[in-house]
Design a protein around this ligand. Structure first.
Ligand code: PEP
Ligand code: MG
Length: 326
């Protein structure tokens, strides 16, 4: 079976009706790019930069310097040979803690994490933005911002990117002046106020891991409530399908980069909702591609629209299972 999948590496990623689907890889370190290239990924849809900031107890510096970050980002860009690399800014806190920052918050998932943490540490954030911008001189880079929920957070982030650009210009350091900036849609408030994001952002990426956590109020790392963590909860499906539809209508590219994107049980459902970009662990890419190659959008779309109107969990599960047999 693995051998059969391996043969799909160079097969164009098209549905049966000929619609091109973009398949991207999620990575944690630049070296993971080799796996992404191996699986025939069209690019990196999610470079989780926080892994450069974690596990540094043996390091002289608590945080990676601008140069250290730049070298890592540049290495990924070069390894991808002209394919886009989406670098997510630091998504620290909750399930991804820094070694030295003791977590004292009662609810760290609802606390000072990700973009909230970055905006509270402007010098650290500026250092990362400069490093990402510098890497964009070596190939296509996109910048992705996690956990945005408020208009002022978008404004402050864009302002800091402008500040980083102004500094680099002043220092005559090269970067891509039109580097695309995108938002993770992973807080229900963001999904419910999408026009705020569409107006200001070049692209969007649905973080289903957190979107499910926050929609269902289920801590994604708490085993005691793991049985309630349900990607097919009708509230989750509503947020996913409306977000994908609104983005598509506005012509803003949107991907899914949470676990759902790499789950072959979900591929047809997401295709039917209108998703055209999937980002996942490289090891999942060819099985998802296999699913895509055997999918017909004109068959999936009407059935998926019906699923969006079901509220009974059992009926939803059956309908999604049935999608796989169409
Ligand atoms: C997500 O939340 O779905 C996501 C892709 O990001 P992470 O799992 O790193 O929070
Ligand atoms: Mg997330």
């Amino acid at each position: 079976d693995r051998k059969k999948l391996g043969k799909l590496k160079k097969t164009p990623s098209l549905t049966l009706d000929g619609t091109p689907i973009t398949l991207l890889a999620n990575i944690e370190f630049p070296d993971d790019c080799a796996h992404a290239m191996d699986a025939g990924a069209h690019g990196i849809g999610l470079f989780r930069s926080e892994f450069l900031f974690m596990g540094r107890t043996g390091h002289a510096n608590k945080l990676p310097s601008e140069d250290e970050q730049f070298e890592s980002y540049k290495r990924a860009v070069i390894a991808m040979k002209g394919r886009p690399v989406t670098i997510r800014t630091l998504d620290i806190g909750a399930d991804k803690p820094l070694d030295f920052a003791e977590q004292t918050a009662l609810n760290p998932a609802l606390g000072l994490r990700a973009i909230r943490f970055c905006l509270s540490e402007p010098q650290m954030f500026l250092t990362q933005l400069r490093a990402i911008l510098r890497a964009s001189a070596f190939g296509p880079v996109k910048l992705l911002v996690p956990m945005l929920a408020h208009a002022f957070e978008i404004d402050q982030t864009l302002l800091m990117i402008e500040q980083a650009k102004a500094q680099l210009r002043e220092e005559k350091i090269k970067f891509d002046p039109v580097l695309p900036v995108g938002a993770m849609i992973e807080i229900p408030a963001a999904a419910l106020t999408l026009p705020l994001f569409i107006k200001r952002m070049d692209f969007l990426s649905l973080g289903t891991n957190d979107l499910i956590q926050y929609t269902l109020a289920i801590d994604r790392v708490d085993h005691e409530v793991a049985h309630l963590y349900n990607p097919l909860h009708p509230a989750v499906l509503y947020l996913l399908s409306s977000t994908i539809a609104i983005a598509a209508k506005a012509g803003v590219p949107i991907s899914v980069c949470g676990e759902m994107a790499g789950d072959t049980n979900m591929t047809r459902l997401l295709l039917g909702m209108g998703l055209r970009e999937f980002s996942m662990h490289p090891s999942q890419l060819l099985s998802v591609k296999n699913e895509i190659l055997n999918s017909d959008l004109s068959v999936l779309e009407p059935v998926t629209r019906k699923i969006a109107r079901i509220f009974e969990p059992k009926a939803i599960n059956e309908a999604v299972e049935k999608l796989r047999t169409l």
